[in-house]
Design a protein around this ligand. Structure first.
Ligand code: FAD
Ligand code: MLT
Ligand code: ZN
Length: 448
């Protein structure tokens, strides 16, 4: 490995190869603190050609490579297995000029979502995806995980924002389509294949983003409701009444109390007690929301940025508040939206007093986050029981965070033998030596 480290330094410059444990530590642990590894080196290439050279070297030496962007992923997908090289993309962060006509721009994979959002602010276009990790999460990471976030109910997940991709395969060869053509049926959709591939098929180096028209007006409403079933009914009405619906987020008193304690905030409704909270945001005028909220005494509205931020923090700060309470087991599931309320009841009964459960999510997409606090980081008993319930109720075990290392062992619960064989064949074809992110998606990726 010593020889490899020296050759990596010759490619990217010695300052961009880290081997000292104090310096590599931040790249070896995930955001929740649940996964840790010990890498051989962290390497930070400056551009696509350096990525090519790094992959070519590691492939020929049989060294595992773990792509990493902002390291905000929640399934351990960017944490290295022992001895791997962590390839960090954050130096590849150039943001190209905006094509105002097409509403597109090309961003380096290491540019953060926040930086791209800032670059297009005021142009009449905006990025159709948003999430609380915006200032660290990278465009490459968002594409690699096919991230969702609060606005997916309106604009779809990251996949819908991708107009093209440039990426480097395990052997150092490049696939590239960055013209941003709206229609292109010239062969396999490689950009589509790499979206959601979690660093197992290629290192994404640039992304052509399709932006969406910026919403002029934004009105947010935080509503306290008797139950999740009432929240589901309200979301269903909101989807029909509000063509500009931008978000429909669910949470509960369990999470509300964690956030209030963590952020030292007063209860927005004065006292606890609601069965469910629903945060709606729309680009329709406030008048359009009023009839929907008729009959609900506990609804707070905001149409200015400061007021909306105040309402949103109760939902957005769940992730950090949970982290502050312990090392969570984070399950991120999809369910038919009509079964969410029944799932919550059954999930709470199943877990009982074996863990503290905090449920919240993107209700408009039927995407629920099940956070379990209490079980030891490596005890997966409850995770598996909850995910089996999800499958029994016609859901799936990853809505937006991906499979990562966290759920690699559970993938066969949710995919047929045929599906798994097809996925393994793709992995084998693009990464025959199995150097890219071994252990992610497939527990035994090296033995494909
Ligand atoms: P990393 O964490 O660095 O990597 C994630 C995965 O992508 C790994 O498998 C890695 O190998 C791979 N990868 C990264 N970059 C590349 C690349 N250039 N080429 C190939 N593979 C790559 N997620 C949601 O979906 N919705 C949310 O609402 C949401 N909210 C969040 C809020 C908070 C506070 C936090 C901490 C996380 C949240 N996440 C959310 C999870 C996370 O932000 C996303 O998964 C994000 O897409 C990860 O981006 P990243 O740059 O940090 O990627
Ligand atoms: C969210 O919706 O807040 C994110 O997906 C992060 C999380 O699940 O905590
Ligand atoms: Zn989420």
């Amino acid at each position: 490995m010593v020889g490899v480290v020296e050759r990596l330094a010759a490619i990217v410059g010695p300052a961009h190869v880290l081997t000292d444990g104090d310096l590599t530590a931040a790249f070896e642990t995930d955001w929740t603190g649940r996964w840790r590894g010990r890498c051989a080196a962290v390497v930070r290439p400056a551009d696509r050609d350096q990525v090519r050279a790094v992959l070519h070297l590691c492939n020929s030496e049989g060294v595992a490579v773990v792509p990493q962007g902002g390291n905000t992923g929640l399934v351990g997908g960017a944490v290295p297995p022992d001895g791997a090289v962590v390839l960090v993309t954050t130096r590849i962060r150039e943001i190209g000029s905006l094509d105002e006509v097409a509403g597109q721009l090309t961003a380096g994979a290491g540019a953060t979502l926040g930086a791209v959002a800032a670059a297009v602010r005021g142009s009449g276009w905006e990025v159709g995806i948003d999430l609380a990790a915006r200032d660290s999460a990278t465009i490459g990471g968002l594409v690699a995980t096919n991230a969702g976030g609060a606005r997916a109910v309106r604009y779809g997940p990251m996949r819908s924002q991708v107009a093209g991709i440039e990426a480097v395969l395990a052997d150092g060869s490049v696939v590239s389509r960055l013209a941003g053509l709206a229609k292109d049926n010239t062969g396999y959709d490689l950009a589509g294949l790499l979206t959601g591939s979690e660093g197992t098929l290629a290192v994404i180096t640039a992304v052509r983003l399709q932006l969406v028209p910026a919403a002029g007006l934004r009105v947010a409403a935080l509503v306290a409701l008797p139950s999740t079933a009432d929240a589901v009914a309200l979301v269903s009405r909101a989807r029909r009444a509000l063509p500009g619906l931008l978000a429909a987020e669910l949470f509960h008193e369990s999470g509300m109390q964690l956030v209030l304690g963590h952020a030292s905030l007063a209860h927005p409704f004065g006292a606890p007690g609601a069965g469910a909270y629903l945060l709606l945001e729309t680009s329709d005028p406030a008048d359009a929301l009023a009839p929907l909220l008729d009959g609900f005494d506990d609804a707070l509205l905001a149409d200015d940025e400061a007021g909306r931020t105040r309402l949103w923090q109760h939902r957005e700060r769940h992730t950090e508040a949970i982290n502050a309470a312990g090392v969570p087991h984070k399950l991120d599931v999809s369910l038919p939206i009509g079964r969410i309320a029944a799932f919550e009841d059954r999930c709470l009964a199943l877990v009982g007093d074996r863990a503290r459960v905090v449920l919240y999510g993107h209700l408009g997409d039927g995407n629920l986050h099940v956070n379990l606090l209490g079980p030891a980081p490596d005890d997966e008993t409850l995770d598996e029981a909850v995910l089996r319930l999800v499958i029994e109720m016609d859901g799936c075990i990853s809505a937006e965070h991906g499979i990562g290392r966290a759920k690699a062992g559970l993938l066969p619960l949710d995919r047929s033998a045929g599906d798994l064989a097809a996925m393994r064949a793709i992995k084998r074809a693009l990464d025959p030596a199995g150097i890219l992110n071994p252990g992610v998606l497939f527990e035994d990726a090296r033995q494909t």
